[in-house]
Write a protein that binds this ligand. Structure first.
Ligand SMILES: [Mg+2]
Length: 302
């Protein structure tokens, strides 16, 4: 009793919410997903967009570096394609059988009395499928994914059969115009960087994704998160640094080497308790205010 009273008087917990990237953060690189994804993107560029095979390496690097994701870059320089078709091509052939239920992570997550959300650049179908394979589908309040940030894409997953709920953004005014659709010319980004011309800017992409600060700020707004009270888990250094710029507390996952912008670094998400013990300190369960219900009622699109 005395023990309980002591913790009831403890300070307000440092965080309200834990915001998790999905791929290569909640499961390790050894699943091979990353490699297959990269190859699928290359194949898509050749098979679906007719891009010369010899240009793929350079083009992919430039797009990834300048636009955040290859997909965002492809749209930026003028390729038009169906987002669902792209996602199903990239993720549809992933070796999902390599993702096994992770009861250790599940117990860790369930023992953390904070709001917990997924924030991924991937599409809903992939996110749900991966979380299910990992046995984590009921550990999160919702998923902020490609469709949340880019709601123009109309192909909506049937949510009814999913236990997990999605945060959507159809009620916000962040509508993105697919203004690249009518572009007849593809911007020569390789030539642009080979012979830089200060008078020519890179075309903008209509796609919103990490690591753009806009994407992160948009996600925080949708989920009503205060960055200063949110802990952000990511395997991407770029995304960690972008998160830090908007004021998030950050955990780099996949390496124990801390980098600029990372408050913590974990080799594996399973090391969470050792690396960030403060998450379990105090009687935070009785102190925490869960706005989950309200948030989902307001934003769910199902
Ligand atoms: Mg990732």
């Amino acid at each position: 009793m005395e023990y309980e009273n002591r913790f009831r008087q403890a300070q307000r917990p440092k965080y309200d919410c834990l915001l998790f990237d999905l791929d290569d953060t909640l499961y390790p690189l050894s699943t091979g997903f990353h490699k297959v994804c990269t190859q699928n993107i290359r194949d898509y560029m050749v098979e679906k967009l007719g891009i010369d095979k010899s240009k793929i390496d350079e083009l992919s690097n430039l797009l990834y570096r300048n636009y955040g994701t290859t997909m965002a870059g492809l749209r930026g320089i003028g390729y038009d394609f169906d987002y669902d078709d792209y996602h199903s091509f990239i993720h549809g052939r992933l070796p999902y059988e390599n993702l096994k239920p992770d009861p250790v992570l599940r117990n860790l997550l369930l023992s953390l009395p904070y709001r917990k959300l997924i924030f991924t650049n991937a599409d809903k179908i992939h996110a749900v499928k991966a979380l299910r394979r990992l046995g984590l589908e009921d550990c999160f309040e919702g998923i902020i994914c490609f469709e949340t940030l880019n709601p123009i894409n109309k192909n909506i997953v049937s949510y009814d059969e999913d236990n997990i709920e999605f945060i959507g953004s159809s009620k916000t005014n962040h509508i993105v115009t697919r203004n690249g659709a009518s572009r007849s010319q593809i911007f020569d980004i390789i030539g642009h960087f080979a012979q830089p011309n200060p008078c020519v800017d890179l075309p903008k992409t209509p796609i919103i994704c990490k690591p753009s600060q806009n994407a992160i700020e948009f996600a925080l707004k949708i989920a009503h998160l205060n960055p200063q009270r949110t802990l952000f888990f990511e395997d991407s250094v770029r995304n960690i640094q972008a998160g830090k710029r908007v004021g998030l507390h950050t955990v780099l996952v996949g390496t124990s080497q801390k980098v600029k912008g990372a408050d913590y670094a974990l080799e594996n998400i399973h090391n969470l308790k050792q690396a960030v013990p403060e998450l379990w300190e105090g009687d935070i369960k009785s102190e925490i205010d869960y706005p989950t219900k309200l948030a989902m009622e307001t934003f769910v699109t199902a």
